[in-house]
Design a protein. Sequence first.
Length: 168
Amino acid sequence: MKKFLMTLAAMLLACGAFAQKVVPENITIKTLDGRAVQTSVIQNEGKPIIISFWATWCKPCNKELDAIKEVYEEWQEETGVKLVAISIDDARSSSRVKPWVNGRGWEYEVYLDANQDFKRAMNVGDVPHLFLLNGKGEVVYEHTSYVDGSEEELFELVKKVAEGQPLE
């Protein structure tokens, strides 16, 4: 019996190790107008989603989101992708997020995670930290940092995900 239980435990651990990471749906975040919503609002009708954790003080974050802004409309037309930007600015600086977003002309959905509950739930360390989700809401790719041109690599991945191709 003990051997059976040990084997069962090993199998469950092995299965868990290959389980697909999903976005938790019950974390409270806020809209730019201060309304509390659950992370379950992050949806895109079966199409890819990019979740970008960023902050106003993070230069690479802003460079990445600015670069994507330039091509975002084309990305949406071609793949239906949606970008959701999650600001981790704390309570002291979160009042600057809405003017920051408006001033940069970002057309993304932007939410505030001032308590960083969502950041912790997604196991985000440093920003920028970007996740690509497939149509089922499963994380299929993630990366940290930003270098000029990495948005082009991201778009190639988005196209594969939109077409239902596996990422290798």
